[in-house]
Design a protein around this ligand. Structure first.
Ligand code: PGA
Length: 249
């Protein structure tokens, strides 16, 4: 049985006091859930949010990481730094990183390897744009992202990862993929790609989250699908009650 994982990607939102407030609300509102709950604030809020969530059922995640351990990389943050702030999960390859900040399959792969080597658990984002979907290229794009991200990763390392399937056209747009559309791609990731790359046991064990306009009122239907094991939530993670509505679905 795969434990559900619901992660809040706060993106570039919340000052430190606001982040503390939201984290307290999430801890309170999601108590007693059977799902794994993760909050991913900005780098600057990690330490403060860790003070709120440590020792609770809520885990801490970061939104990105650099692949080098340290050195002259102005503006970047390493895996060891994240670990020292109490981070467990790290989002890698988000479409906003791919679109605005030159993220490629190669940089995703380097970040995944560095995170794993340090003991962090990557949440690897994959997904097609609207133009790619309309051109019938959804599976090809998802395959390219998955194969690129996992290049050279051992079975043991692959087992520590989570995949987030996020159709770019559904992120922040209110246009959620239908449960069947999402399930089709999740089934392809698990039954097609992971099975081919790592075999049946890994394919059956890895969790694949859906992300893109997931909300309390559509979460239940999405999460009812056989291969959808959780959610990566943007907009609806910024209010504790909205986020808890998804966790409790
Ligand atoms: P959204 O974002 O829930 O606001 O669509 C999801 C994400 O980008 O992770």
């Amino acid at each position: 049985m795969r434990q559900r994982i619901i992660a809040g990607n706060w993106k570039m939102n919340k000052t430190i006091p606001e982040a503390i407030e939201l984290a307290k609300g999430v801890v309170e509102a999601t108590k007693g859930t059977a799902a794994e709950v993760v909050v991913c604030p900005t780098f600057v809020c990690l330490a403060a949010v860790n003070e709120v969530v440590k020792g609770t059922h809520v885990a801490l995640g970061a939104q990105d990481v650099h692949w080098e351990k340290s050195g002259a990389f102005t503006g970047k943050v390493s895996s060891d730094m994240l670990l020292s702030a109490g981070v467990k999960y790290v989002i890698i390859g988000h479409s906003e990183q791919r679109t605005y900040f030159h993220e490629t399959n190669e940089t995703v792969n380097k970040k995944v390897k560095a995170a794993l080597a340090a003991g962090l658990l990557p949440i690897i984002c994959v997904g097609e744009t609207l133009a790619e979907r309309e051109a019938g290229r959804t599976n090809a794009v998802v395959e390219d992202h998955v194969v690129g991200a996992y290049a050279g990763l051992s079975v043991a390392d692959a087992m520590k990862t989570v995949i987030a399937y996020e159709p770019v056209w559904a992120i922040g747009t209110g246009k959620v993929a239908t449960p069947d559309q999402a399930q089709d791609v999740h089934a392809f990731i698990r039954g097609g790609l992971l099975q081919r790359l790592y075999g049946a046991d890994v394919a059956a064990a890895l969790r694949v989250q859906y992300g893109g306009s997931m909300k309390a009122d559509n979460a239940k239907e999405l999460l009812a699908k056989a291969d959808i094991d959780g959610g990566l939530i943007g907009g609806a993670s910024l209010k504790a009650s909205d986020f808890a509505g998804i966790v409790n679905a």
